[in-house]
Design a protein around this ligand. Structure first.
Ligand code: SF4
Ligand code: SF4
Length: 386
């Protein structure tokens, strides 16, 4: 890799949040205090130096910012209070913006106005589409909107297609960005004596971290991991239900409250509300280092999750109660919250870490295995052996 110094890198990174390096005297306490940092993947001090030195290619090819689990242990031990945890979060936004070939991530991650504007734009667009559907497809006069109750059923076929589109399209974009992450971070690895089958044999690492988030449990703040896991599982099951089992919510028989499948929905809603509310309360209380400094992106994601879950409950209650007009309006509010969450947050926002983080651990595992293999063939280099 050719490392060309880019003197604009620090200013560029700072567009994505705080990156305070002015007081850093390179002592390394942050790296020593980070239980996730290893000999092979050292952070956060190294990334701070790379940004300061303008080593853009090195920064963009690094997996370490994704291996950081945002616990704040490094900020606690930093004698200069430069908040390396915040720096790593900023770096993740900067790097994710380069994975995204559409340029949208860069725009919304570097401007709060554009970020809120994009969420608002999608919400208004959803409302417009809902009104247009009723006016042009259902042939409902605008004057009937405030007075004509209609069972929700007439929307079910359209709802199914719409839901699949707003879940699968963002997922497609996110996966295409993950392919670019591979290109950015694994370039040059093929020069190692690496068997391609490592990509298959190490796939278990990706699945393990995708489903357990186990690394978070290794940080000093232990209580965060089970709560994060509950939230992550709630969201993953919810997405799976939307894609594979939307009919459960649309069929009268399955909509009966006694049906066991309903209770899966209640359980995951409780998971999401508990996980999102816990994050918000912790950010308000600011007792733990991880929650002491929060930027807009940290707030918006749990707020949207909580609002989507609560508005879903309201739809559920008014539908059971038989208030058809209220159900329509409650549903309109629910999708005005849920769709921006799916369309903006999942492929471009904070939610991207659900894929990038396990991917980074997967790629890192491949690199380490490849290195061991290379050393077993060529011998351990003298500077490592000593
Ligand atoms: S602990 Fe603070 S001062 Fe020391 S290297 Fe890390 S960021 Fe710099
Ligand atoms: S926030 Fe936690 S995981 Fe991330 S670098 Fe600091 S100590 Fe390590």
């Amino acid at each position: 890799m050719t490392n060309v110094c880019d003197p604009t890198l620090l200013a560029e990174v700072r567009k994505y949040g705080s990156f305070d390096v002015s007081g850093c005297f390179n002592c390394g306490s942050c790296t020593l205090g980070c239980v996730l940092s290893t000999d092979h993947a050292s952070f956060p001090r190294r990334q701070t130096r790379q940004v300061l030195m303008g080593l853009k290619q090195m920064v963009l090819s690094s997996l370490e910012p994704w291996m950081c689990h945002d616990c704040g242990d490094c900020s606690t031990v930093c004698p200069r209070e430069t908040k390396p945890r915040d720096g790593m979060a900023t770096l993740r936004r900067y790097i994710a913006s380069h994975y995204d070939w559409t340029g949208i991530t860069a725009k919304i991650n570097s401007s709060k106005i554009r970020y809120i504007g994009s969420l608002s734009f999608v919400a208004v667009l959803v409302l417009f589409l809902a009104v247009a559907y009723h006016v042009y497809m259902v042939k409902m006069p605008l004057s009937d909107f405030a007075s004509t109750p209609m069972p929700l059923k007439h929307m079910f076929p359209m709802m199914t297609h719409f839901t699949l589109a707003v879940v699968l399209l963002p997922l497609f974009f996110l996966l295409s960005f993950a392919v670019r992450m591979y290109r950015f971070t694994m370039r040059g690895t093929e020069k190692m004596t690496m068997a391609p089958n490592l990509y298959f044999t190490e796939a278990k690492t990706f699945l393990y971290h995708l489903t357990t988030h186990k690394k978070m449990g290794e940080c000093h703040e232990k209580s965060r991991w089970p709560k994060h896991l509950v939230l992550a599982w709630g969201v993953m099951i919810k997405l799976s239900l939307l894609v594979f089992a939307l009919s459960w919510f649309q069929t009268d028989k399955l909509y009966q409250i006694s049906h066991p499948q309903r209770w899966i929905g209640y359980l995951i809603t409780a998971f999401i509300i508990y996980g999102a509310a816990d994050i918000l309360v912790s950010r308000l209380r600011k007792k733990k280092e991880v929650y002491k400094s929060s930027d807009m992106w940290d707030w918006t994601f749990p707020i949207l999750l909580l609002a989507a879950a609560i508005s879903g409950i309201v739809v559920h209650i008014v539908r059971y109660a038989g208030f058809e007009l209220a159900t329509h309006y409650a549903y309109a509010v629910h999708i005005m919250i849920s769709v921006p969450l799916l369309v903006i947050e999942m492929p471009f926002g904070k939610w991207t870490h659900m894929i990038y983080r396990p991917m980074a651990l997967y790629f890192q595992s491949i690199k380490e295995k490849a290195l061991q293999k290379q050393w077993s063939v060529q011998g351990v280099p003298s500077h490592v052996a000593s």
